[in-house]
Design a protein around this ligand. Structure first.
Ligand code: AMP
Ligand code: GLY
Length: 419
């Protein structure tokens, strides 16, 4: 079997690492890939938005299955494009990917089907939005409607901060047209948890839960990033709460999408807040999380290719998906300055000295035979252990063996789970 994976981050590296364990996989291509992915797959110099060139490549190379990693091409309809050419593709169609692509769509859907989430209103003009903001007061959350590279959500502790955010998004258009509409919603207090599920229309097969760390600095200080580290399982959140989230949020959402004529096939990623009143939806994504995937897939015992094919072909109900009892921790090593501006092209050393971790590359490239930094998030060092404490210790020991100028990582990944 020949597979083309679209994307080039740590998530795609983890997907390919997992696919390569399958006996049915003969060849993996990745567009555009990165220096770590190049060790497992043939990287193709095409960008994720070059739909025509990508589908032509898949046809020319007799690719049997395409797997789409990132949100942007999904929201732009890459799956519809590939399907129209007869190429089997794993991921939601454009009308289903809208659950991530438009926060207004997602919030309306949840309200219509009575699925637990924060109370909200949506606005397409500034004055009424401002009036509503002032009525509710802080703390409050402002969200740009469209995709904004993970930066379109402002959790404002003070009213002045909320007003500034609204002005930035709606008047100054700092996120471009993603900010033509906004969602203003109630602030929810609690622990966050992510549950990714394989979904084939009505059938939902949840993966093991995980938790991300979005702010750039220890103690959840500083600006939000794409994610600075993850762990799985989430031992301090009881299984009964996980089950409640699956029954009251994830399954009803998949059913709602079917009822709306937009059946979701792919990875439905629920970002949840565990409040004192139970689990509530923070957001839905239409794809694997990054870096959630880097701790979830290493715990998967079932063949990932079989699961992807079962999802595409509507046979998920027949799949028995097994997970290992081990814990996994992923520590992201980022470029100094991220999520602001940062240098690129700095040599990375120590990658050949990993003793107990797998390193999933995110922003790396090859230059004159050496591996150099090429993005904000550079590497994700992932270790497995009998529990979180062991996995965490192993990951941090290997993080210490890697060097690039300005390297930055949080030292408190998974600390909350050390109970
Ligand atoms: P999102 O990009 O929608 O995942 O939001 C980014 C982060 O903002 C989430 O991971 C939460 O930490 C936080 N957040 C979003 N919505 C809320 C809310 N209603 N209450 C509290 N925190 C929120
Ligand atoms: N780690 C959060 C995300 O993938 O959106």
């Amino acid at each position: 079997m020949k597979i083309l994976v679209i994307g080039g981050g740590g998530r795609e590296h983890a997907i390919i690492w997992s696919l390569k364990k399958s006996a049915s996989v003969k060849q993996v291509y990745c567009a555009p890939g990165n220096a770590g992915i190049a060790q497992l797959a043939e990287c193709v110099p095409l960008q994720v938005n070059q739909f025509e060139e990508l589908s032509q490549f898949a046809l020319d190379h007799a690719v049997d299955l395409v797997v789409v990693g990132p949100d942007d091409p999904l929201a732009d309809g890459i799956v519809d494009h590939f399907e129209a050419k007869g190429i089997p593709t794993f991921g939601p169609r454009k009308n289903a990917a809208e659950i991530e692509g438009s926060k207004v769509f997602m919030k309306h859907l949840l309200k219509k089907y009575n699925i637990p989430t924060a109370a909200y209103e949506s606005f397409d003009s500034y004055e009424p939005a401002l009036a509503y903001l002032r009525k509710l007061g802080a703390p409050i959350v402002i969200k740009a409607d469209g995709l904004a590279a993970g930066k379109g959500v402002i959790v404002a502790r003070e009213l002045a901060e909320a007003e500034q955010a609204l002005k930035d998004i709606m008047l100054d258009q700092v996120f471009g047209k993603a900010g033509n509409r906004v969602v203003i919603e109630e602030f929810m207090e609690g622990q966050e948890m992510s549950i990714l599920s394989f979904v084939d229309g009505n059938v939902v097969r949840p993966m093991v839960p995980s938790q991300d760390h979005k702010p750039v600095f220890d103690g959840d200080k500083g600006l939000n990033t794409g994610g600075m580290g993850t762990y799985s399982p989430v031992p301090h959140i009881p299984q009964a709460i996980v089950d409640e989230a699956i029954e009251t949020i994830i399954k009803p959402t998949a059913e709602a999408m079917v009822k709306e004529g937009r059946p979701f096939r792919g990875i439905l990623f629920a970002g949840l807040m565990i409040t004192k009143d139970g689990p509530r939806t923070v957001e839905f994504n239409a794809r694997f999380g990054d870096p959630e995937t880097q701790v979830v897939l290493p715990r998967l015992k079932t063949d990932l290719v079989d699961i992807f094919l079962a999802t595409i072909n509507g046979r998920l109900d027949q799949m028995d998906i097994q997970w290992s009892d081990e814990a996994a921790v992923c520590v992201i090593m980022a470029s100094g300055g991220y999520p602001g501006s940062y240098p690129k092209g700095l040599p990375i050393s120590g990658l050949d000295q990993m003793q107990q971790s797998v390193v999933f590359h995110a922003g790396t490239a090859e230059k004159d035979g050496a591996i150099v930094t090429a993005g904000g998030r550079v590497l994700g060092v992932t270790a497995l252990g009998k529990d979180i404490a062991e996995a965490r210790a192993k990951a941090y020991e290997d993080v210490d063996r890697i060097y690039f100028e300005g390297k930055h990582y949080r030292t408190d990944i998974a600390k909350k789970a050390l109970v």
